[in-house]
Design a protein around this ligand. Sequence first.
Ligand SMILES: Cc1ncc(COP(=O)(O)O)c(C=O)c1O
Length: 424
Amino acid sequence: MTKNAEGYKKTTRIVHGAAKTPRWDYAHHVVPPLTASTTFRLESVQRAARGFSEFGQYRGELDEAPVYIYDRLEEPTRGLLESQLASMEGADSCLTFASGMAAVSAALGCLLRTGDEVLAHTLLYGCTHSLFTSWYPKLGVKVRRADFTDPKAVARAVNSRTRALYFESPVNPTLDLVDLRSIAEIVTQANKRRKRRLYSVIDNTFATPFCQRPLEHGIDLAVHSLTKNIGGFGTEVGGAVCCSKEVFPELAMYRKDFGGILSPKAAWNILVYGVPTIPLRIKRQQYSALQVAQYLEKHPMVAMVRYPGLDSFPQRALALKQMRDFDGGFAPGNMIYFRLDERKVSGVKFVDHVAQNAYCVTLAVSLGHTKTLIEMPSAMTHSAYAGEGPMRERGGIRLSIGLESPVDIIKDLEASLKAVDKRR
Ligand SMILES: Cc1ncc(COP(=O)(O)O)c(C=O)c1O
């Protein structure tokens, strides 16, 4: 029996997925099985040859089963997760990878050649910055920077060598937003005048497809670290790239040859536990994030708080426009960035106090976890900037709100603020 998901809400469809398609028949399982076969029986050389020749072609919703050959090429558990992620993002297709960084490298790696340039926002996740500064020069790919919060500056900086516009929104860790439609329009205009296409690539990790679907705003590729909110429980490392059917073949070939696949066991956990619970987790985390951000905003020892859900957020109108959940509700996410007034309290001392005393706020990198995590990007996730450029101003603190009661998160922050208050 093939059940039709049409007409059902995304929140419902991500719980059920497509149990029976020409690619797999799991209609008798309430939970899809975890497949663990590195290689597949091929029946005849002719069928095997067909599988190899068809691999990497975009086949959309297949009307017949693909020829599964080898785990690194295509695999059903991973395939189920990919079809769920593509549907969440509103993309033609999705490919998963071993980590978020493997996804970032693949999204750009399949587009770029030696001599191409990437135009990237000034501030990016530290390892993406490090990829661009330590490795791309060795490959003959130049990465130039522009302020993507100013679309005019981006338009001015694009030249005939620019092959990709690369950015995050919200930006890690400052939560600045990039106007997705303006970036898509720059790409559309530029492509009227060139043979080799320009692409826009967003790292949508902070928002997740629940809070923001960039492809619906005209962005070409959306990259995710599945390690974060999509996995959601802090047990799996993974990445994904959502893209159009035109990009899919190159990306599939890239993954086959560079080999950074997501293991089916990790895919299964993300599929069974992470994906169906995204709306539930993020709605709860957003509710708490707003309480925590409002608490911090009123606190005399806090110099600045950034949370897209706050009325005072400098890009509030843009947040309201592009950060929307599956049902159209405002979805500002679960990340907060703030800075203490260093005349009154030392940021490092505060975070150390939290690390050593708080029960429900944990000093750790990563984000989008069931547990609330705190970190200091200039010294940790963004240390690749070595305190320069956009990370010149040290002392900013990043909070990823978890599933605890907001009352308790605030209790822990309050206790540490009191304990390290220099005026006491
Ligand atoms: C915005 C963003 N993109 C990509 C990554 C890399 O993801 P992973 O650790 O899964 O490789 C991270 C990791 O923190 C991140 O914060």
